[in-house]
Design a binder for this molecule. Structure first.
Ligand code: AMP
Length: 113
């Protein structure tokens, strides 16, 4: 499959994996927008948030749980951080494989634009 995150998950693109279990992996964004910028990614190829099924609800919930744990590991939990999922072209999604951004380590914009 021609999906960059599927290639990372398959080990075809060497990446430092910060967290992994049978459903989810996490690694650093290649173009960080903040001192801490991680991506939390399900192994299952869900092309975008709007294509998740109701049966994926627990998986997406676990992505949040893992993001919170990683925020602690990265030392941004006390000062605060942001979780974001971009969906579709106007939502700013570039990689068509569901992923959650964890951003922290600096004061983030009050705006979500
Ligand atoms: P989005 O715009 O929500 O689809 O975000 C995709 C993110 O994936 C961007 O922030 C990219 O910098 C990041 N990205 C693309 N390729 C890689 C890669 N090989 N390793 C890590 N992050 C990547």
């Amino acid at each position: 499959m021609d999906c960059i995150f599927c290639k990372i998950i398959a080990g075809e693109i060497p990446t430092e994996i910060l967290y992994q279990d049978k459903e989810i992996i996490a690694f650093r964004d290649i173009k960080p927008l903040a001192p801490v910028h991680l991506l939390i990614v399900p192994r299952k190829h869900i092309p975008s948030l709007d294509q998740m099924e109701e049966s994926d609800a627990a998986l997406v919930g676990r992505m949040v749980v893992i993001a919170n744990k990683l925020a602690k590991d990265e030392g941004v939990d006390q000062k605060g951080y942001r979780l974001a999922i971009n969906c579709g072209a106007e939502g700013g999604q570039l990689v068509p494989h569901l992923h959650m951004h964890l951003l922290g380590g600096r004061k983030l914009s009050d705006r979500l634009s």
